[in-house]
Design a protein around this ligand. Structure first.
Ligand code: PLP
Length: 408
């Protein structure tokens, strides 16, 4: 049976060579490859700085810790953060585990994104605005949030914006890449994403202080923040500047409480190979979305197909069931899976549908109708760069077979 995966990763000659180069170099922990990848990625997104970490979740947590420690930014531990209820759970988990209080506002039914309108309406209603510190929009499925409007609202209320761009490598919003539209942003290179390294994440920013703080936080807050350690050449700026103990080692002197979020050379080496294909990957995915939209448009009475935008780098092909009484997501996913087409639910509405957040269920019941609906009735299939025309034709044929069967 033909298999249509949600995502795919091909290990070709280039990928093998990249990993072997790391092995031959004798250094597998963070070093020159990670530095090269950071430079490449910052150029790609269009930011001054990029700091690689072990995962997208780690990038969120390190980014949040950095803005708490940044004296020039008014973000305090324990404050409220406006974010989306419809996302992979990492966004909310990072907030909660870093000591923030997520506040969810509803999403747009077609793009799945939090809207300036819902953020604005929420902020106009609250009587504790001084307890809010930042807005964390997520560019879900590759769709870009309306960052100009979100930034304007943030500015009006004295808040910071922090994009979760984990699913949107290469998406362009008003001529700029997502990830370059706020104070700081993160990406994930998890295997299911458009640029893949197995696991790894990155924080991008134009703020030198944030970049420096993240370098420290990802290594347990140690003093070192040089791009490459120069101790072996007898040059260590931290040693020179240190005014305290005579006998101290900056690698083991910690000025902040942090984490071990360092990346590995293998991950960076693989990600560099994928960056060379980044534009091709985004383009292929767009072409596949276009093909599937054309092939499936006859089912638009029962299925909401993804909005096509030629500036979006699609994570996957999201579909929403229009009339769940007539045609359930469970049944459709089951029929597709039986025919070799992998599916995934559209993450679920965090405060009302995720068991880990059941303590918030009562508070949000009925308040997030779009996220609730999409969380229950949305799902996605693959539109990745390795799908061939026969795979796409198979998807269209299979939907026809399954929907005809359900109708008949
Ligand atoms: C929107 C979003 N944010 C954050 C993450 C976390 O990334 P990672 O899995 O690399 O920790 C993901 C991962 O899928 C994601 O989709």
């Amino acid at each position: 049976m033909r298999r249509i995966f949600v995502g795919d990763f091909k290990i070709g000659e280039e990928e093998k060579r990249a990993v072997n180069e790391v092995l031959d170099s004798g250094r597998i922990s963070e070093g020159a490859k990670v530095r090269e990848f950071e430079k490449t990625f910052a150029e790609y997104v269009g930011t001054e700085y990029a700091v690689a970490v072990s995962s997208g979740t780690a990038a969120l947590m390190a980014g949040m810790a950095a803005i708490i420690h940044h004296e020039g930014i008014n973000v305090k531990h324990g404050t409220k953060v406006i974010t989306t209820p419809l996302t992979y759970i990492a966004t909310s988990n990072a907030l909660v585990t870093t000591g923030f209080d997520p506040v969810y506002v509803d999403v747009d039914p077609e793009t799945f994104l939090i809207t300036p309108q819902s953020i604005k309406e929420h902020l106009e209603r609250v009587d504790d605005i001084d307890r809010y510190s930042f807005i964390l929009p997520v560019h879900l499925m590759g769709y870009p949030c309306d960052m100009d409007e979100i930034n304007k609202i943030a500015e009006r209320y004295g808040l910071v914006t922090f994009e979760d761009s984990a699913q949107a490598h290469g998406t362009v919003y008003k001529g700029k890449k997502t990830g370059s539209l706020s104070l700081l942003s993160i990406f994930s290179f998890y295997i299911a994403h458009n640029i893949q390294a197995g696991e790894m994440g990155i924080v991008v920013t134009n703020d030198a202080k944030i970049a420096r703080l993240i370098k420290k936080i990802k290594a347990h807050g140690r003093m070192c923040d040089c791009p490459i350690c120069q101790r072996s050449q007898g040059k260590c700026p931290r040693l020179k500047n240190y005014k305290g103990e005579e006998d101290f080692d900056p690698r083991f002197a910690h000025e902040l409480i942090g984490y071990n979020f360092k990346a590995m050379e293998f991950q960076a080496a693989l990600a560099i190979t994928q960056m060379k294909k980044a534009d091709w990957i985004a383009e292929r995915r767009r072409e596949n979305v276009k093909y599937l939209n054309e092939g499936l448009k006859g089912f638009s009475d029962v299925l909401q197909l993804p909005k096509f935008m030629d500036t979006v780098s699609y994570l996957a092909y999201p579909i929403v069931i229009k009339d769940p009484q007539r045609f359930s997501r469970k049944k459709l996913r089951q029929e597709l899976e039986e025919r070799g087409i992998e599916t995934r639910p559209l993450f679920g509405c965090i405060p009302t549908q995720q068991p880990a957040y059941s303590h918030l269920k009562k508070e949000y019941e009925g308040k997030l109708p779009n996220a609730d609906y999409l969380g229950k009735n949305g799902f996605y299939i693959g539109c990745h760069q390795y799908l061939e025309e026969e795979d796409l034709a198979y998807i269209v044929r299979t939907f026809k077979e399954v929907i005809d069967k359900a109708a008949g």
